[in-house]
Write a protein that binds this ligand. Structure first.
Ligand SMILES: [Zn+2]
Length: 311
């Protein structure tokens, strides 16, 4: 009798331990589930697809999204090309106030600071970036900046007194020679410009046109890429400067300049991003690899810089 009772007790204790273990396991599993990102995002209101998009971000970023209210634009933004997390709140604010834009436009505008006024919050251009240094209405070179290794451009392909950094100079000559083979005569009208000459140009225009119109057409001193020694204004024999756009040479340049490391810096329909009117004559040397990327992806150098260089 005693033995049997003992056996029963052991059995009950055994079953008890097993049940307890199962309960503990279930509780652990439930706590893992409730603490999981998937559960938390679902609770906020994101569906499975949106959750998987958000979970592509780093942990600290998901941690932040979990503290925010449901916003279905967040996963859509993450999927937008050139999305940068550090700009997310700015994208959302801007989109809220400007709902007529699409998300790609919003990303482009915010990445390039175009929600801010020109010439207000000015940063120094980072010249350590070499041929990828950004100079625009938000980034400026100082008065003293002068590139090293400037070389005069061969007079066969430039008017007198044109200088470029050697690398850009060599590549331009290759480009001009390739053009020449097709009977296209390229000639550089303007290239390196020091701070003082920018000042002279700006002041002269300002006198006749006023600040607003001048800012549309000419960079303020220190804000011109020409000071870098990597920018060229191309002219054509027998063609008026502002008619360049309708020439075969222009069309050829558009499709071929990138092969020599040059990009059309201020394209048509990108005026709101570059901050400049369309300039069919102004090309900028950025090296072949970057020029090909910009050509293929049809983005501005301003956005390329924000996404790939400054990021
Ligand atoms: Zn120019």
């Amino acid at each position: 009798m005693k033995k049997r009772r003992l056996k029963k007790k052991v059995k009950i204790i055994g079953i008890g331990i097993i049940l307890l273990t199962i309960i503990i396991i279930v509780l652990i599993k439930l706590s893992i589930l409730f603490n999981s990102y998937e559960y938390k995002l679902k609770k906020i209101g994101y569906n499975k697809e949106e959750t998987s998009i958000i979970l592509k971000l780093d942990e600290d970023k998901v941690d932040e999204i979990i503290t925010l209210e449901l916003n279905k634009d967040i996963p859509l933004l993450i999927e937008t090309k050139y999305f940068m997390y550090k700009n997310m709140h700015n994208y959302l604010d801007f989109y809220n106030k400007n709902s007529s834009y699409n998300l790609r436009d919003v990303v482009e505008i915010i990445n390039t600071n175009r929600n801010k006024d020109y010439y207000v919050d000015i940063k120094s251009s980072d010249i350590t970036k070499g041929n990828l240094t950004l100079v625009n209405k938000y980034y400026a070179l100082n008065k003293e900046y002068e590139p090293v290794e400037l070389k005069s451009v061969n007079l066969q392909y430039a008017y007198a007194n044109n200088k470029l950094i050697k690398e850009a100079n060599d590549k331009y000559i290759e480009l001009a020679k390739a053009a020449k083979k097709l009977n296209y005569n390229l000639i550089i009208n303007s290239s390196y410009r020091d701070f003082e000459s920018q000042e002279d140009i700006y002041k002269a225009k300002e006198k006749t046109m006023g600040i607003e119109k001048t800012d549309e057409l000419v960079a303020r001193p220190g804000h011109s890429e020409h000071q870098l020694g990597y920018a060229i204004d191309i002219d054509l024999y027998k063609t008026e400067y502002d008619k360049l756009e309708n020439t075969d040479e222009y069309k050829w340049l558009l499709e071929n300049a990138h092969k020599y490391g040059f990009i059309l810096r201020y394209p048509k329909a990108k005026e709101n991003i570059t901050g400049y009117s369309f300039e069919p004559w102004h090309y900028r040397y950025v090296g072949i690899e970057v020029a090909e990327y910009i050509y293929k992806n049809k983005i501005t150098f301003d956005e390329y810089y924000a996404y790939y260089i400054e990021k």
